[in-house]
Ligand binder design. Structure first.
Ligand code: HEC
Length: 180
């Protein structure tokens, strides 16, 4: 997810990456081993959240360093990015259940024969879920996978604010792109 690969990329779409895919020069430790909060998060603990006065707090010390977010991040829902990813994720979850593809009681696939749109959408759902960062590792890529999956399933989407949709290209654009 961090490097913007591994999802099911539908041929007609262009997928974008968040800056995290490029600016994180030291890989996973940049965030997971950032300046720790005691022994609860960061450092060798690698956790990203800790308990403080009975509530869960996000460890933002890795986000707020120079050349990254410069102190602007107070929690992981920066600019509402996480809420947007989760809203799309929930829409896809519902669409897969309504389509009889996902078993809501097990969160596993209902065995069957599926089209590329259905199987790809299911795969992207499980991929975003299994990443477990709720879009933080690469918000644009996660949103692109979720949006293109919804679109391929024919679900009218609630458009997300700000962030670009996975760009669906015309067949001419696809030919031009392939010949580059
Ligand atoms: C840009 C910062 C950043 C980078 C780089 C990063 N992560 Fe994360 N990661 C996060 C955040 C933020 C979360 C969400 C933590 C939460 O909300 O509990 C997370 C969550 C996770 C989780 C789920 C943890 C849990 O408790 O559920 C795993 C596993 C994980 N990351 C692994 C990795 C791996 C492996 C890499 C390197 C390939 C990596 N991360 C790189 C920020 C980062």
């Amino acid at each position: 997810m961090l490097s913007g690969t591994g999802g099911h990329e539908f041929a007609a779409y262009e997928y974008e990456n968040s800056p995290h895919a490029q600016v994180v020069t030291n890989g996973c430790p940049s965030c997971h081993m950032a300046t720790p909060f005691a022994t609860q998060a960061g450092g060798h603990n690698m956790g990203m959240t800790y308990e403080s006065h009975g509530s869960e707090v996000d460890l933002v010390t890795g986000c707020n360093v120079q050349d990254c977010h410069w102190g602007a991040v107070t929690d992981f829902d920066f600019d509402g990015a996480r809420a947007e990813v989760n809203a799309l994720f929930d829409q896809l979850h519902t669409a897969l259940i309504n389509g009889g593809i996902l078993d809501p009681s097990t969160d596993l696939a209902v065995p069957g024969k599926y089209s590329e749109a259905q199987a790809g959408a299911l795969y992207n759902y499980l991929y975003v879920e299994g990443d477990r960062s709720e879009g933080i590792h690469n918000t644009q890529y996660a949103k692109g996978l979720l949006e293109s999956s919804l679109s391929e399933l024919g679900v009218p989407m609630i458009p997300t604010a700000g962030g670009p949709l996975a760009q669906k290209m015309t067949s001419l654009e696809r030919v031009l792109r392939a010949s580059r």
